[in-house]
Design a protein around this ligand. Structure first.
Ligand SMILES: NC(=O)c1ccc[n+]([C@@H]2O[C@H](COP(=O)([O-])OP(=O)(O)OC[C@H]3O[C@@H](n4cnc5c(N)ncnc54)[C@H](O)[C@@H]3O)[C@@H](O)[C@H]2O)c1
Length: 260
């Protein structure tokens, strides 16, 4: 894709799952990738795979619940590489409990990672992007930003807010040539979803009855959309949420035959 080669990208939550696939696809496009994650061991392994395959990548261990750590990371990367072209706000957690039972500390933790870190990492990166004449940011939202599921209310709220964040920042920062968009994935078999299946909350088969493509998405399909939105191929797109969810957000009620 146009405009990715030689650029500097930070991808949060890149030690595993979707972020790992995004880091790989960006590296394959010739982007220099900074993979950021709290899971030091998994991060070392993921970055080791990229470097071992000959790509330009480095790891940065960070707890995204701490705004001071976010500011330090952005400053460190900007100084080291002289610029920050792309930021992918992707790290996220899921906590599945009835809204009536949801503890305040779980709510705060989820919002700190899924929403607050996206805002403050964008803020810190945009200061450099503005100085250097532009940049692009993509935030990982979810189909749950528009299609709501029980026991996931704070998660749904956080993802609906991510769509709003991309729209609001896209609107404000267009004048600085900084584009901000979101990608909203449907279900992908990562640890997050496997845990929901193991807890008996996600019904592996019935869930697909409302998805027009009738299948789980691949991490590579989400990564491709992220790369597209970062690339010059998407130079006219900002403030948007691109649903990569097999059509789930356009479906209504399932028909009886869909449930067979
Ligand atoms: N898997 C899906 O089906 C799906 C669907 C829609 C949206 N999403 C979203 O995609 C993103 C990635 O999810 P995933 O499925 O790859 O999950 P995952 O659990 O496989 O990976 C999440 C990564 O985020 C990191 N992380 C968590 N807390 C952190 C913190 N405080 N600081 C730094 N890193 C932290 C984890 O260590 C992990 O490497 C999330 O925002 C999630 O909400 C996933």
């Amino acid at each position: 894709m146009k405009g990715l080669k030689g650029k500097i990208a930070i991808v949060t939550g890149a030690a595993k799952g979707l972020g790992k696939a995004m880091a790989l696809r960006l590296a394959q496009e010739g982007t220099i990738v900074v993979a950021a994650d709290v899971d030091h061991e998994a991060l070392d392994a993921a970055v080791g795979e990229l470097v071992g395959a000959g790509y330009s990548a480095e790891g940065y261990t960070i707890d995204l619940t701490k705004v001071s750590q976010i500011d330090t990371m952005i400053e460190y990367i900007a100084r080291k590489h002289g610029r920050i072209d792309f930021l992918v706000n992707n790290a996220g957690i899921q906590i599945r409990k009835w809204a009536t039972e949801f503890p305040e500390e779980d709510y705060d933790l989820l919002m700190d990672i899924n929403l607050k870190s996206y805002y403050f990492a964008s803020r810190a990166a945009a200061r450099y992007m503005k100085q250097q004449g532009g940049g692009a940011i993509v935030c990982t939202s979810s189909a749950n930003s528009e299609r709501f599921t029980t026991k996931r209310t704070p998660y749904c709220i956080s993802k609906a807010a991510v769509n709003g964040l991309a729209a609001a920042l896209g609107n404000e920062w267009g004048r600085f040539n900084i584009r901000v968009n979101a990608v909203a994935p449907g279900y992908v078999y990562t640890d997050m979803v496997k845990q929901g299946i193991a807890e008996g909350i996600i019904d592996e088969k019935a869930g697909m009855s409302v998805v027009p493509l009738k299948r789980y998405l691949l991490p590579e399909e989400i990564a491709a959309a992220v790369c597209f939105l970062l690339s010059d191929e998407a130079s006219g797109i900002t403030g948007q949420t691109l649903f990569v969810d097999g059509g789930w957000n356009k479906n209504g009620l399932p028909e009886a035959k869909d449930l067979e």
